[in-house]
Design a protein around this ligand. Structure first.
Ligand SMILES: NC(=O)c1ccc[n+]([C@@H]2O[C@H](COP(=O)([O-])OP(=O)(O)OC[C@H]3O[C@@H](n4cnc5c(N)ncnc54)[C@H](OP(=O)(O)O)[C@@H]3O)[C@@H](O)[C@H]2O)c1
Length: 249
């Protein structure tokens, strides 16, 4: 028997919605309209053209959207404030926007450090803080004030060669989520740390065909994230580690 839609009226902000894992989450939500009958989706990324195409797809299936083009590294909170003005509340934040620069330790420049840390660490901190402050003042829906899912990485729990800067930024995201869970539990806000392994997205650039076959598809990660959104409000999944069945790449 089909279980009832628990969280029907959801205003959802997806960062990094233009490509890769963020886009796959939006597509997954649209594919499961029976479980999410009355959602609104705000789409955030730098490339407006990516967001326009996705918004058209969403509108085609009857979903109201808000397009929030912009660089989170420049202004991490503008999108949250626009949603608050337009829709009043945010029920779900899916934070997928993130970047990486990779290389031998010893070769990173100050620009590399600034680029990765500003987006993955500074903006994540300020975006999550702004969202938490909005969510904690919301009336609970079906027992929850909000849900926050952040795609960190398996690089938030395990060292990878050529990934010193990326790993540092992902461990930092994990640290923030672990501390945030303390006040979030009191406010009935669920925090999910999505520790994803390799999924074939534009972040990887061109990959060898042999390697492609060893990677997950973005929909594998997105499907598990959307399942977690639907968990009864009594419970919370704190960490979702998902990797290719053959192991990390
Ligand atoms: N793919 C994997 O194997 C994998 C594994 C583990 C963890 N992750 C993490 O998952 C997240 C998503 O990765 P992905 O593979 O989907 O990457 P992706 O294909 O490169 O897509 C990233 C998305 O984030 C947006 N974005 C990046 N920096 C931004 C900024 N400063 N402001 C606003 N938007 C920004 C991009 O927008 P524009 O293109 O318009 O700039 C794009 O829409 C990242 O945090 C990544 O570290 C990925």
């Amino acid at each position: 028997m089909k279980s009832p839609a628990l969280f029907e009226d959801l205003n959802i902000l997806v960062t990094g919605a233009g490509k890769g894992l963020g886009r796959a989450v939006v597509e997954e939500l649209l594919a499961r309209r029976d479980r999410f009958p009355r959602i609104k989706i705000a789409l955030s990324a730098r490339s407006e053209s990516d967001l326009n195409g996705l918004a058209e797809l969403a509108r085609g299936s009857g979903v109201e959207t808000l397009i929030l083009p912009g660089d989170l590294a420049q202004d991490p909170v503008a999108g949250v404030r626009r949603i608050q003005k337009a829709w009043g509340r945010i029920d779900v934040l899916i934070h997928s926007a993130g970047v990486g620069r990779f290389g031998d330790f010893g070769t990173y420049t100050p620009d590399d450090v600034e680029f990765v840390i500003r987006t993955n660490v500074d903006s994540t901190f300020l975006l999550l803080q702004e969202t938490f402050n909005l969510m904690k003042n919301q009336t609970p829906q079906a027992g929850l004030r909000g849900q926050i899912q952040v795609i960190t990485s398996v690089a938030a729990e395990k060292p990878f060669e050529h990934s010193a800067l990326y790993c540092m930024s992902k461990y930092a995201q994990r640290g923030l989520l672990e501390v945030m869970r303390i006040p979030a539990a009191k406010e009935k806000i669920r925090i999910l740390d999505v520790r994803s392994g390799a999924a074939l997205t534009p972040m990887w650039g061109a990959v060898e065909p042999g390697m492609e076959a060893r990677m997950m598809k973005p929909s594998d990660v997105a499907g598990a994230m959307v399942d977690a959104l639907l968990l009864n409000a009594r419970a919370t999944i704190e960490t979702l580690t998902i990797r290719p069945v053959g192991g990390d790449i």
